[in-house]
Design a protein around this ligand. Structure first.
Ligand SMILES: Cc1cc2nc3c(=O)[nH]c(=O)nc-3n(C[C@H](O)[C@H](O)[C@H](O)COP(=O)(O)OP(=O)(O)OC[C@H]3O[C@@H](n4cnc5c(N)ncnc54)[C@H](O)[C@@H]3O)c2cc1C
Length: 394
């Protein structure tokens, strides 16, 4: 067994693990990042694309925003469509100038991997059999296989940034965790299409046939989602069927519709709300999807992960520079406050914009009344806007 030592052992090279490693580097703190998948797989995974203002600010402060500044698309507003009409919500005007930026999660990950490689600090892909041990001692350990050898990494702290299906959360004894969970009776069929965006801003639509979302990744690529069954097989959806459904659900009476083009990628995602409390066990700290999942309607998952690691990096800096543990001790409670706020918002957006087979005629009329209230009330639009652009990172 090969032994090594670091200050912070990071499991997972998604947005949370990579950004944490980078922030720690800027604080002069050592870390090792371990990732089970290949570099190509991690970069090519198409997922989130909506960055809150706080995430953009964090990337700028961390000096990894050069490409984001050039290629990211700032959006001051979004559209809500129902009953054949689109209604614009001017988020910047309602929130004192805050906005979202469209920049793919895979681009964020690519930039963070480049930044990490530029620092020369360790980032190992394709590690196997990762396990975390001695979490209640001052020197927790990560054991893993890599390059044909078994390794043991002794750390001061382990950061569990290994996503929903990772091993860190399940290393916490069940009696120390409280799980809150909600599954939704639908999923999203997401497609990436070589078609120029026909709207400069996102369009969230509720149609009698269900939810649809028009989004984009670049001036040549649209990203679109359709509500579907949670166990839907994406292969049952031909390109023609996908476009017919998208056009039906998204087109509005003013003549607006998405442009049609070749579908480059498609996949089905289930929808779930999930929180594990607390986000800490001894010297193990959970961050990002390892601790919480939100349905993607509110576009919060990646942003919550970024807020977690910013807080964790600051707390670790306080530990190393002044031996103060108060910020580390507050990490979980502060994170859970932000998480529950995002959970509420994501649940609300999801229930307002999706059809469920169990809906009664009363539910449908209530849903319509809620949408009419939303687009007719400055107070309601402000509530949506300030949650959508996100509260500043604390
Ligand atoms: C279809 C879809 C659309 C989404 N849209 C949005 C959106 O619009 N806006 C938004 O904010 N969020 C969105 N999300 C959510 C967002 O993608 C996640 O919240 C985000 O990826 C969380 O980052 P993370 O680093 O915590 O976890 P992950 O990105 O899951 O990264 C965890 C990493 O850990 C690795 N790993 C797992 N197990 C191990 C192990 N045992 N050892 C080592 N490594 C391990 C994984 O391979 C992975 O690379 C979306 C998600 C999906 C699926």
């Amino acid at each position: 067994m090969r032994s090594a030592r670091t200050q912070v052992g990071i499991v997972g090279a998604g947005p949370a693990g990579l950004m944490l490693g980078h922030l720690l580097h800027l604080h002069g703190i050592d870390s090792v990042i371990l990732e089970s998948r290949s570099r190509e797989h991690v970069i090519e995974r198409v997922r989130a694309g909506v960055l809150e203002q706080g995430t953009v600010d964090l990337m700028s402060d961390a000096r990894v925003a050069d490409r984001l500044r050039r290629e990211g698309m700032r959006h001051d507003g979004i559209h809500i469509a129902f009953g054949g009409a689109r209604h614009r919500i001017d988020m910047a005007e309602l929130t004192g100038g805050r906005a979202i930026t469209i920049y793919g999660q895979n681009e964020v990950v690519k930039d963070l991997i480049d930044a990490r490689l530029g620092t020369g600090r360790p980032l190992h892909f394709e590690v196997d059999a990762v396990g975390v041990h001695d979490l209640l001692t001052p020197h927790p350990k990560i054991r893993f296989d890599h390059g044909g050898a078994a390794h043991e990494l002794t750390c001061d702290v382990v950061a569990g940034c290994d996503g929903f299906h990772g091993i860190c959360r399940s290393a916490i004894p069940a009696e120390h965790l409280r799980i809150y969970e909600r599954e939704y009776p639908f999923g999203w069929l997401g497609v990436l299409a070589a078609a120029p965006p026909t709207s400069e801003e996102l369009v969230y639509s509720l149609h009698d046939r269900g939810f649809a979302l028009f989004s984009m990744r670049s001036p040549a690529i649209t990203r679109l989602y359709l509500q579907c069954a949670p166990d839907e097989n994406a292969d049952d959806w031909s390109d023609d069927r996908i476009w017919a459904e998208l056009i039906t659900r998204l087109s509005t009476a003013d003549g607006w519709a998405p442009a049609v083009g070749p579908i480059l990628q498609k996949g089905v995602t289930g929808m779930r709300s999930f929180v594990a409390e607390p986000m800490r066990y001894g010297r193990l700290f959970l961050a990002g999807d390892a601790a919480h999942i939100v349905p993607p309607t509110g576009a919060k998952g990646l942003n919550l992960a970024m807020a977690d690691v910013r807080r964790l990096a600051d707390a670790l800096d306080a530990l190393y520079t002044s031996r103060r543990e108060d910020a580390l001790n507050a990490y979980s409670d502060r994170g859970l406050r932000r998480t529950w706020r995002a959970q509420r918002f994501s649940w609300w957006m999801t229930s307002m914009l999706h059809r469920s087979e169990s809906d009664t005629p009363f539910d449908r009329r209530r849903q319509h009344a809620e949408l009419e209230y939303l687009v007719g009330s400055r107070a309601a639009m402000t509530s949506l806007a300030e949650n959508y652009v996100g509260v500043p990172f604390d």
